[in-house]
Structure formats: C-alpha cells, structure tokens
Write a protein that binds this ligand. Structure first.
Ligand code: NAI
Ligand code: OAA
Length: 375
C-alpha cells in the first residue's frame, strides 16, 4: 500500500466510525458513499461479513476479525444492536474498515461484494436441550440469510456456525442448489471448536502444550457424530482404554459441559469466537494462495458438481467420506475454497464402531435439513 492510499484509508476509517449508513443525512450519505468507494481500493485484503454479529459469538468474533490483518472491510449484520457494536469495534486502531447493518432491509448491503461470510446467527441451547432442538428456529434464519448470499455474493466462502450444523449446512446447500449457485468448495460447516477442545483435553492428559497437539475430529458437530481420531494424534502417542473413553466422551460433550456451566445463559461463545477466527483465518490464507492449509470442516463430500470444478477426493477417501453427502474431515483450503478432502486414514476398532454410530445419526440430520427446503 502506498502512503497516499494509506492516508486515504485512515480518513475513511476515521469518518466511517461516526456515520451509520442507515441513519445519516443525504450529505453525510454522499460523504460516506465517497469514502466507501475509496476504501475499496485503499487497503489490500478481504471483505468479510458476520451475520449475527451482535450475539454472544458475534461480538468477540467481530473484535477478533477486526484484528486480522487479512481483513480490509468488515461488515457486521444483525437484527438487533449492530449500531452499538459497530461504533465500539470501529474505534480499534487496526486496518479493517467496519460498517454496521441492521435488519433485513440492510442484509443485501451487508453482503454485496463479500469474499467470506461467517454465520453465527440463531438461538443457542439451554440446559436439557440438544442441538437438534434448535432446528425449528435456526433453520428458517439460515435459509433467509443464504437467500441473501445467493442474491449478493454467490461466490463467497461461507463459514456456517449456527446449530444444528449437521442440518444447517445441508439447508444452505439446498438453498444454493435451488438458485443454481451451489459450489461445494465454498460451503463449510465450522467444526473447529471440536478440534480446539480435543487439542486442549488431549494436551492435558499428555502433559503437553495444547499448541503442540493436533487431533483430527471428523464426522459432524453433535454428540456421537463428533468423532475424535485419537489413534492419529500428533505428536504420535498412545492412550489407555480408560483415557480413550474419557477423552472421547469429554470431546463429544464439550458443548454440553459449557451449556450446563452457563446454566441457562447460553452456550460456548468465547471459545467459539476463538475457533471461528482460527478457521476464518485459515480460509483467508487459502484464498490468498498460501500452501498447505489443512483444517477439519463439515463439507459436501460428493462429486459431481454442476457449473464448477469437481472437488478432488483422494481415492482412498471415497470409501469413508462419500457415503454421506456431508461429512467433517480434514480438508485442504486454497484459492477456490475446499480444494481437497483427505481420507480418514487407518481407523482402529473403537473408531470404526464410533464411525458407524456417527453415520447413522448424521444421515438423519442431513436428511432433515434437505427436506426442510425441498418439502
Ligand atoms: N458450530 C459450533 O461449534 C457452535 C455453534 N454455536 C451456535 O451458534 C449460534 C449462535 O450462538 P450465540 O452467539 O451464543 O447466540 P446469541 O443468541 O448470543 O446470538 C445470536 C445472534 O443472532 C442474531 N440473529 C437472530 N436472528 C437473526 C437473523 N435472522 N439474522 C441475523 N442475525 C440474527 C441475534 O439477534 C443474536 O444477536 C447458535 O445456534 C449456537 O448453537 C454455538 C457454539 C459453537
Ligand atoms: O453445545 C452447543 O449448543 C454449542 C456448540 O455447538 C458447542 O459448544 O460445541
């Protein structure tokens, strides 16, 4: 970036913080319009929208994305409270220009031109509920937001956080298919929190720094569909049968552990925002063209793909991955999104039994999402 564009960019960022596009005068609107034009060319980086930005996950996620140097423009959309959250976040002296959007009439402006859309919109669990109990409310929210994506940024990468992920991702896919814009490389259910938890809990047992630990977690994002592959932990290690059942249960019930501790005030928000940013950053580094970006995500695992290049599936992956239309596994992220789906690798007997249970529940959750749009 040259110094002129840097100066222009700082002016834009400064004045943007004072102007709310939804409530400014015509003159202010003209100034803001001019600034928005300049800001597009002012900073190099990606344009990211967060839908549900005023929520428990949305707010810390917005803060952390404002700190991400790969982000040049950050759009914060919600049906409540975005003016306040936007004013607050926009005072942070980092590069991204922040703009707030409130209510359905501003959804299209929030989405237009975005490279990455992160969706943590929807209701969270209370103690005693399953993630599937959120379906009735969150399915409709995800459908509406995805219809906006179809109209305004059909080529964007979508990171879907709203639960139940095992059903909301198929819902999003059906909305995109119906509109003829579905690109399976670009739709990713966020299961990163399962990996983050698995790394933490395994590190505790092994007495290691969690940053040194890498646990693949495959399947889906609810109960038994969360399948940690403890036989493939890096660094290479072994566990007793007791450790395996303790770790598997704790990783599968990590969400419930937080829901119960919060005792009715919601589910994981801070660790989720951390995980979402870790995942979004990986997607952006992939878009930038960085090599070797591999993370776990819940993605469409079948070819062929009309109007797009097929996802490359390693031959030995097909046996495990493509039996279900969606599955969480390790994927390589690149300029076009998911560029490779990795095989599950060798599973031990315990993991094979877990996989069978996971597949049964996953098949029903996926079908429920598909039927919501088709019927
Ligand atoms: N994938 C994962 O690993 C995780 C997923 N979640 C899920 O994330 C979702 C959000 O959780 P929280 O942030 O704790 O909930 P929250 O209730 O604190 O925030 C949700 C936000 O979504 C907004 N919202 C509702 N309808 C909307 C619409 N039509 N358009 C835009 N925004 C809308 C609300 O106004 C609210 O600000 C829940 O479904 C939760 O289950 C939570 C933790 C982990
Ligand atoms: O448990 C929940 O409802 C929220 C969630 O998905 C998680 O924390 O993994």
């Amino acid at each position: 970036m040259n110094s002129n564009s840097e100066a222009g960019y700082q002016r834009v960022a400064k004045i943007s913080a004072h102007l709310n596009p939804s409530s400014c005068s015509m003159e202010q609107g003209r100034v803001l319009g001019r600034m928005n034009c300049r800001s597009k060319g002012g900073a190099s980086g990606f344009k990211v929208a967060i839908l549900g930005a005023a929520g428990g996950i949305g707010q810390p996620l917005a803060m952390l994305m404002k700190m991400n140097p790969l982000v040049s423009v950050l759009h914060l959309y919600d049906v409540v409270n975005t003016p306040g959250v936007t004013a607050d976040i926009s005072h942070m002296d980092t590069g991204a220009v922040v703009r707030g959007f409130l209510g359905p009439q501003q959804l299209e402006n929030a989405l237009t031109g975005m490279n990455l859309v992160i969706i943590p919109a929807g209701v969270p669990r209370k103690p005693g509920m399953t993630r599937d109990d959120l379906f009735n409310i969150n399915a409709g929210i995800v459908k509406t937001l995805c219809e906006g994506i179809v109209r305004c940024c059909p080529g964007a990468i979508v990171n879907l956080i709203s639960n139940p992920v095992n059903s909301t991702v198929p819902i999003a896919a059906e909305v995109f298919k119906k509109a003829g814009t579905f690109d399976p490389k670009k739709l990713l259910g966020v299961t990163m929190l399962d990996v983050v938890r698995a790394n933490t809990f395994v590190a505790e047992v092994l007495g290691l720094d969690p940053r040194e630990v890498d646990v693949p977690v495959v399947g889906g994002h609810a109960g038994v569909t969360i399948l940690p592959l403890l036989s493939q932990v890096k660094p290479k290690c072994s566990f007793t049968p007791e450790e395996i059942s303790y770790l598997t249960a704790r990783i599968q019930n990590g969400g419930t552990e937080v829901v119960e501790a919060k005792a009715g005030s919601g589910s994981a928000t801070l660790s989720m925002a951390y995980a979402a940013v870790k995942f979004a950053d990986a997607c952006l580094r992939g878009l930038r063209g960085d090599a070797g970006i591999v993370e776990c995500a819940f993605v469409a695992s079948q070819v062929p793909l009309p109007n797009s290049h097929p996802v490359y599936i390693h031959p030995s992956a097909t046996r495990h991955v493509t039996e279900l239309p969606f599955f969480a596994s390790k994927v390589r992220l690149g300029r076009t999104g998911v560029e490779e789906i990795y095989p599950l690798g060798p599973l031990n007997e315990y993991e094979r039994a877990g996989l069978e249970k996971a597949k049964k529940e996953l098949a029903a959750s996926i079908q429920k999402g598909v039927s919501f749009i088709k019927n």
